[in-house]
Ligand binder design. Sequence first.
Ligand SMILES: Nc1ncnc2c1ncn2[C@@H]1O[C@H](COP(=O)(O)OP(=O)(O)O)[C@@H](O)[C@H]1O
Ligand SMILES: [Mg+2]
Length: 367
Amino acid sequence: MTFSPDRPTMIEFRDVHKYYGDYHALRGINGTIRAGEFFSLLGPSGCGKTTLLRTIAGFEGIDNGAVLIDGKDMAKVPANARPTNMVFQSYAIFPHMSVAENVGFGLRRDPRSRTEKAAAVEEALEMVGLKGYGARAAHALSGGQRQRVALARALILKPKVLLLDEPLSALDKKMREHMQVELIKLQRQVGITFILVTHDQEEALVMSDRIAVMFEGQIAQLADPETLYRRPNGRKVADFIGTMNFIPCQILSETGGRIEVEAKGLGRVMLDEDQVPPARGEGEPVVGLRPETLTMLYPGQEPQERAVAGRIDEVIYFGDMTYYDVFIGGTDVEVRLSMRNVPGRPVLDVGTEVQLAWSPSALVLFR
Ligand SMILES: Nc1ncnc2c1ncn2[C@@H]1O[C@H](COP(=O)(O)OP(=O)(O)O)[C@@H](O)[C@H]1O
Ligand SMILES: [Mg+2]
């Protein structure tokens, strides 16, 4: 990631509330998005991502608070006067027009000459990897190509902020992964702020400089992908991003920010302050442990820190990886761990008694 954190603010949300009738869709959104950032709004369906994106575009008014773009309050600025442009989930390209006509659509009231506009269209097409496609009929394009046309049509207007609402969700997995990389490259090349809405946590992690994780009309955590993954600020975020094992635990003592817990199956562990997010009141305490922080010990291997005995309950083979669900420490606690498949390391069978290495520093406490 090449993103520099000291860029100026592009978007600012100040206590944004939005109601649809009685339904409180946005419940006090605060946060900033920086200029040149690839930013994602991530959360389950219905949490308010599209609504929040539309408040930036000006397609949706707000009931309280303020949305600022480039330092300016947008309350009285209509959608067509904002420095934003939106790419929709459904592409919304015109099938009866040519590719060039689609891309140039937003320039129809632009005072530039025909030749200048044609050059702008060609430049936009080149940006999205569709150089020379201008004369083709839009309806004859593949899904990935249509999405590129939609992007070119938005970029040609040179917005400061490009808003993308689940732009890749209609594509198949391979094409989606390809377009993710294309979008990252494109964003770096044009350098403008991209705000992506997605419900796909992997997509958000792969693409973003920073991510706002949303639940029920609120931002639960706003951070860079690594922080979200390694130091989620609550159980909900931990559960939504990647896979997290939750192991019941008992809090034994708390001294000077350090907390000692007894985790079921793992035993006693001392946790540092940064392993204990501030969020409270989420139920019985548990420690969280990511699958890749547990390692299956093969004959002759020694644990670097701690080890726990286990019995394999389930084997999920992925080709390059294998996931194992393992009962640990003679208890009914089951953890999932991931192992890279390398030559000389056989995939183990259900029922095998194993030793798992783990590190106390990989734990996060939720209470
Ligand atoms: N125009 C609308 N009228 C009434 N309710 C709406 C409208 N648009 C969205 N909602 C509701 O607001 C909530 C958030 O919607 P949305 O922002 O589209 O969520 P997301 O994009 O995260 O899936 C949902 O419960 C949805 O049903
Ligand atoms: Mg949506």
